[in-house]
Ligand binder design. Structure first.
Ligand SMILES: [Zn+2]
Length: 417
């Protein structure tokens, strides 16, 4: 055994361990807040069910001796004290809201694992140098109020508080009002400088870990997104009397662009490209299509990758001939997590003897906002069949427990620095 391995072994034996059974009990018992008949959860943000799970979280943390603060967008910060009062907290967490007919793991796993870490500290009378803060970010899902990742967005300064308070749901209730109704419009001013680092444990929501039989995903970043609209103008004509050689069929040209999007993504791994929307005019069986609108979604973990994909798309649209027009309508830059926090996650999985692989998140997360203001990384655990935003979403007790252990080990690692 090498000196490093020996040190890691001693460290592992001397480290208090999180309790996977206790974490699982919390997952099962909190699933009753908004629980559905099919074993899922409907807990829209700032709803009565959200209030119930928030109250549970606040009670659990206060019982452990935490200071609980709520800010103006309803983010909850539960802080367990550290030895050195001059040090900023190591923050962990995620979100307690779900999609309609969502699952029992998306979001809440990261919050409950944080609570489990605090319980372990308390039970073993362990005092770290840094305080540890467990955070619940308001409205990660964006299902009742748009945009998604709202609480972390306000916290990171990407969204303005007043304008966000004024956003309304379909019934006309605003975010500000809804916060008041459930009693979570707080006054605490928690500053980004309050955190030394942020680590978010989350289910993968994709199939890669399960398919490769890997226990832990070391998340190195979140891929970037670009959205495009393409409009192709051809000539409407009679489907019977127009010879093939004399047609300008907009749909045939669009089909070439659809295939090009697939090929562009394949040529730029691990990029992905999708044409998810097609509108054909006039959309009639016996008329040669005169116009088509396509909506395209392209994603890649690097800006350079996105750049290449976009320029290849421009070429493909050009090749589709006159009357084809491309517009980029929205984009989100890739997020690259802090290498030293990523390394702490990777090293922790290794110390614990779990198989791990680097992954880039395909979905957005609160961590993407927090990464702009605090050294940040994420930990993924497998999702059965890659399913999420689905009542059948499942991560096993053992997988959840391993995620919490890696989270705790990462906190200990960061605390030593
Ligand atoms: Zn989530």
């Amino acid at each position: 055994m090498s000196a490093d391995a020996l040190r890691a072994d001693i460290r592992r034996i001397n480290t208090p361990a999180t309790n996977g059974d206790r974490l699982w009990q919390d997952i099962v018992s909190t699933a009753r807040f908004g629980g559905t008949d099919k074993g899922g959860v409907t807990r829209l943000t700032l709803s009565e069910e959200d209030r119930q799970v928030r109250d549970w979280f606040v009670d659990a943390c206060e019982a452990l001796g935490c200071t609980v603060e709520i800010d103006a967008i309803g983010n909850i910060f539960a802080t367990y004290p550290g030895e050195d009062t001059s040090l900023p907290a190591i923050a962990v967490g995620s979100h307690l809201d779900t999609q309609p007919q969502g699952g029992r793991f998306d979001g809440i796993l990261g919050v409950l694992a944080g609570v489990e870490v605090l319980r372990t500290l308390k039970e073993t009378s362990t005092l770290l140098r840094h305080p540890v803060t467990v955070v619940n970010w308001t409205n990660e899902e964006g299902s009742r109020f748009s945009p998604a990742m709202m609480g972390s967005g306000v916290f990171a300064g990407a969204l303005a508080l007043d304008a966000t308070h004024a956003l309304a749901d379909r019934q006309g209730a605003t975010v500000g009002e809804a916060l008041g109704v459930i009693g979570y419009r707080g006054e605490a001013k928690v500053e980004p400088s309050a955190f030394a680092a942020y680590v978010e444990l989350h289910i993968e929501q994709g199939p890669l870990l399960e398919a490769s039989d890997t226990e832990i995903g070391v998340v190195t970043g979140v891929q970037g997104v670009r959205w495009f609209d393409v409009v192709i103008s051809g000539t409407e004509a009679h489907a019977g009397s127009t010879p093939m050689a004399q047609r300008d069929d907009a749909l045939v040209r669009a089909a070439e662009i659809v295939l090009a999007v697939r090929d562009i993504a394949r040529r730029n791994p691990p990029g992905v490209g999708t044409v998810g929307f097609v509108e054909v005019g006039p959309n009639s069986r016996n008329v040669v299509p005169g116009s088509v609108r396509l909506q395209i979604d392209m994603r890649h973990p690097s800006d350079a990758g996105l750049e290449q994909m976009e320029s290849a798309l421009q070429d493909a649209v050009l090749k589709a001939g006159a009357g084809a027009e491309l517009k980029r309508i929205w984009s989100k830059a890739p997020v690259v997590f802090d290498p030293s926090v990523v390394e702490a996650v990777r090293g922790s999985a290794e110390t614990l003897g779990y198989s791990a692989t680097d992954v880039v998140s395909g979905a957005g997360h609160d961590a993407a906002h927090i990464a702009t203001i605090t050294p940040t990384a994420m930990i993924f655990v497998p999702s059965k069949d890659g399913l999420s935003h689905n009542e059948a979403e499942y991560t096993s007790p053992g997988e959840c427990a391993r995620g919490a252990e890696v989270l705790f080990q990462t906190i200990l690692e960061l605390d030593r620095r």
